[in-house]
Design a protein around this ligand. Structure first.
Ligand code: AMP
Ligand code: FES
Ligand code: ZN
Length: 309
């Protein structure tokens, strides 16, 4: 097979685009897909400071590199979740990546900063580990972006991630989540702007990008993710994609163009109920936000005590 752009021997085929690429043209293709996503969804403005949440995996390290190559002022943020050897190793990959390039990396350690790890939070809040982990990530990423004065927080969610989450939300008709499922969540009081610039690239393209540009990333998956529903959805979507290439992209972009707006009312209604958490000030529908409740239980503190003392 030949590269569809320059006719050199192709190193990868992307069936969704019915195209083969040589190394150089593929790397350029990845940059162009991110550029198109940023422009189409108006994700980033010129000169804005971007905080990229980097886990040590292919998606987020690839994203950080692509954003820097597109000229963005992007720093990294790594959150140590305390998931044994997996977290230790992820941290080593992120630090080595940043140090080799001389890029600024912020680090936050969940246990050191908040007194609990994912397993402790999961046990005390009676949530699945992935749910306790997701709650911690959302809370801490948002807080870090605001506290350190970044204009926007970028995550490495790719097309496969978005398709799997969309399928899960549709299967249960989670209308409020559907209204919030978008590659750009605008800034609002207490919320930093959040963007997903990899929405036009698949997991496989990100893995190939990292291999072809010599990015060393952690290959192992999180050991807690075993029973995670989204892994099952990804598997199902991969089978469909195998039979009809382009289905995942049609599913996600069709939703964004034709259905997303229909769920705006649910989101607006939920937003109207938000007020500052009595402990940390983050927007929440209750008195104390879910993250602060989980933290208080995990460290054995009565809920709400910080706001009184
Ligand atoms: P996940 O929730 O594991 O699917 O990861 C989605 C995105 O969240 C990644 O692409 C990263 O941008 C970010 N992320 C996940 N884990 C971490 C972490 N420990 N530290 C910083 N960012 C992370
Ligand atoms: Fe969060 Fe696995 S990375 S539970
Ligand atoms: Zn709180």
């Amino acid at each position: 097979m030949k590269c569809g752009r320059c006719r050199a021997p192709a190193v990868i085929e992307v069936r969704r685009h019915n195209a083969g690429y040589c190394r150089e043209c593929f790397v350029r293709h990845c940059g162009e897909q991110v550029r198109r996503a940023i422009d189409h969804f108006d994700m980033l403005g010129p000169g804005e400071r971007v905080l990229v949440a980097v886990s040590g995996g292919k998606d987020s390290l690839g994203l950080w590199q692509i954003l820097r190559e597109l000229g963005y002022d992007a720093d990294g943020l790594y959150l140590g979740l305390g998931i044994g050897e997996y977290s230790d190793e992820s941290g080593r990959y992120v630090r080595a990546f940043a140090a080799e390039r001389g890029w600024k990396l912020l680090e936050i350690d969940l246990a050191a900063e908040y007194g609990f790890d994912v397993e402790g939070g999961s046990r005390s809040a009676k949530r699945a580990p992935c749910s306790a982990c997701g709650l911690s990530k959302r809370h801490i990423f948002n807080d870090a972006a605001i506290r350190h004065g970044y204009d926007v927080l970028a995550t490495g969610h790719n097309l496969d991630d978005e398709a799997a989450v969309l399928l899960g939300n549709v299967l249960r008709w989670e209308t409020e989540f559907l209204g919030r499922q978008h590659p750009v969540l605008p800034a609002a009081p207490g919320f930093a702007r959040k963007v997903k610039p990899l929405i036009r690239l698949s997991e496989r393209e990100l893995a190939a990008y990292c291999v072809l540009t010599n990015i060393d990333y952690i290959v192992e998956e999180c050991p807690m993710a075993g029973g995670n529903r989204h892994l099952g959805y990804k598997h199902t979507l991969n089978e469909i994609e195998e039979r009809s290439p382009g289905t995942k992209a049609a599913f996600v972009f069709g939703f964004l163009e034709r259905a997303h707006e229909r769920f705006a009312a649910e989101v607006a209604e939920a937003r109207d109920e938000l007020r500052p958490c009595a402990e940390c000030g983050a927007p929440t529908p209750g008195d104390v936000c879910a993250f602060c409740r989980m933290r208080a239980r995990a460290v054995g503190e009565p809920i709400g005590v910080r706001s009184i003392s």
